[in-house]
Design a protein around this ligand. Structure first.
Ligand SMILES: [Zn+2]
Length: 121
C-alpha cells in the first residue's frame, strides 16, 4: 500500500501541479483558433477537407481532455489548501508518490481509478 506523502514530496508535487495547470491553460487558449468548424466552402479539395476535419476532431478531443485535466488539477490544488492532497477522494487511502509524480492531478488511488475505468467501459 502506498505511503503517506512527506513534506518534501508534497512540495515537489505542488510545483508540478502548478506547472501542469499553467501548461494546460496556455494549451487551451492557443488551440482555441484551431477548434473552429471546418469551412466547407473553402476550395481545398475532398481529401484535404477530410484531413482538416479529422485534424479538428482530434484537436477538439485534445481540448476536451485538457479541460478535464485542468479541472482535476484545480480540484487537486484546492485539496492542497484543505490539507487533503494525496488522499484518494473515493476511499481515503494514500494515493502514493509514484502515481502522483506521474499524474499530480490524480484524485483517486490506482485501485479506485481502475475500478472506475472498468465500470465506464
Ligand atoms: Zn481509492
Amino acid at each position: 500500500m502506498p505511503e503517506a506523502l512527506t513534506e518534501d514530496e508534497i512540495g515537489v508535487l505542488q510545483r508540478s501541479l502548478l506547472a501542469l495547470a499553467e501548461e494546460l491553460r496556455s494549451l487551451l487558449s492557443s488551440s482555441q483558433e484551431g477548434a473552429r468548424p471546418v469551412d466547407l466552402d473553402e476550395p481545398i479539395g475532398r481529401l484535404s477537407r477530410m484531413d482538416a476535419m479529422q485534424q479538428q476532431s482530434m484537436l477538439r478531443a485534445n481540448r476536451v481532455s485538457a479541460q478535464m485535466r485542468l479541472r482535476q488539477a484545480e480540484a487537486a490544488m484546492r485539496r492542497f489548501e484543505l490539507d487533503e492532497y494525496g488522499i484518494c477522494v473515493e476511499c481515503g487511502e494514500d494515493v502514493g508518490f509514484a502515481r502522483l509524480e506521474a499524474r499530480p492531478e490524480a484524485p483517486f488511488c490506482l485501485q479506485c481509478q481502475s475500478l472506475r475505468e472498468s465500470r465506464n467501459t
